[in-house]
Design a protein around this ligand. Structure first.
Ligand code: C5J
Length: 253
């Protein structure tokens, strides 16, 4: 089943436990780890490495690479704390049947979607360049959502997966801040999810867009959600990580 329309039944529900708190803008973000997912948006070679879709549009892919190390730390902590982890990948079917002509022709790119580049066909599912970078590769048990659009909800099972897992809050990371991250946060916000965007784990090819896109999330009392640097989120997870470490030690002894 795919998410094509907004209905009241989409409103997330889940068990409520003791919330953890992150120091965030515009005010503290409270979340229950049992109903929170870490979402990694489009950390794909096509956006972060030379020879892919991002570079074909004239972008300097080096601008995004600063997200990798902080996000690697967040991913490791989320896994250790037992949070739900969901990855997304932007891409199209090999026959391009899910690619609108408007998207194909937009941008006057040197290589268009479906053309063969140094890392395989540009932005095509199953190609090496379309996959997630090695540093953040999904592991068993983590959901990977393939999406044809910028938002994670459009024409995917993302909403169904969140509902099935009882998720009500999203910690959002990935690229690019003002495109797929923003679109997903806006879609999620309209569906009733609480979104925290980790400022150093999202990246833009344009420094000005990065700053303004983050301001737009937290402005007007958090019109789309909250913004915090990843160390604040890691600090909030500390009690859970300590419990997990103690449990592992007692199992080993
Ligand atoms: C773009 C994305 N920028 N993942 N995609 O085309 O943000």
């Amino acid at each position: 089943m795919t998410d094509t329309a907004s209905t009241p039944t989409e409103t997330p529900t889940g068990p409520v436990g003791t919330p953890l708190t992150v120091g965030a803008r515009p005010y503290d973000f409270a979340f229950d780890p049992a109903t929170t997912a870490l979402v990694l948006i489009d950390m794909q070679r096509d956006f972060l490495e030379p020879g892919g879709f991002g570079e074909s549009l004239g972008n300097d892919v080096g601008q995004l690479r600063g997200t990798i190390e902080p996000l690697r730390a967040v991913l490791a902590a989320a896994r250790a704390a037992g949070l739900t982890v969901i990855h997304t990948r932007e891409g199209h079917l090999p026959d391009l049947s899910d690619l609108p002509a408007a998207k194909l022709h937009r941008g006057n790119a040197t290589l268009r979607i479906g053309d063969v580049g140094p890392k395989g066909r540009i932005l095509i599912r199953g190609e090496y360049g379309q996959d997630i970078i090695d540093e953040l590769a999904p592991i068993d048990g983590e959901t990977v959502i393939d999406k044809p659009g910028k938002g994670a909800f459009y024409a995917t099972a993302f909403g169904d997966v969140l509902r099935a897992k009882g998720i009500t809050s999203l910690v959002v990371t990935g690229v690019t801040t003002e495109v797929c991250v923003h679109t997903t946060v806006r879609e999620a916000n309209d569906r009733g999810y609480e979104c925290l965007v980790l400022s150093d784990c999202v990246g833009s090819y344009f420094p000005d867009f990065q700053r303004v896109a983050l301001e737009m999330v937290a402005a007007q009392g958090g019109i789309f959600g909250w913004v915090a640097p990843s160390p604040a989120f890691l600090a909030a997870l500390e009690p859970l990580l300590a419990t997990a470490t103690a449990a592992a030690a007692s199992t080993a002894s």
